[in-house]
Design a protein around this ligand. Structure first.
Ligand code: SF4
Length: 112
């Protein structure tokens, strides 16, 4: 099935793949490519971001599957734990926050 082939292709490219490359690799026309992308996006399997490539507006497709933290996420991880401030809804007093203290100590331990 073309959806499965496209999803596998996008998944193989952790840094994303241009829509035009997907179309060429799968040897499908642009109409079928767009329809298949729309189906995968509707099912939250891929996402796309606009990009200028070779002077033309196109899209880069990314897999929505979680493949582990990337390099940019490592700054939010300490001892394998994500920053406690992310999504926190506790009334905030950072200078007295045990969660933040423990997380900062984990960073200090990792650096030593
Ligand atoms: S410092 Fe503590 S209370 Fe404030 S956002 Fe971070 S985890 Fe939440």
């Amino acid at each position: 099935m073309i959806e499965d082939e496209m999803f596998d292709l996008v998944r193989q490219h952790k840094d994303g793949i241009l829509q035009s490359s997907v179309r060429k690799t799968l040897e499908i026309d642009s109409k079928k490519c767009s329809r298949t992308i729309a189906k995968l996006m509707k099912n939250h399997l891929i996402r796309r971001e606009p990009e200028l490539a070779n002077g033309r507006n196109t899209f880069r497709l990314y897999c929505m599957e979680f493949t582990g933290p990337s390099d940019k996420h490592k700054y939010f991880l300490a001892g394998g734990v994500f920053s406690p401030c992310t999504g926190c809804s506790i009334e905030c007093y950072p200078e007295n926050c045990r969660l933040l203290d423990e997380w900062v100590w984990a960073i200090i331990k990792e650096e030593n």
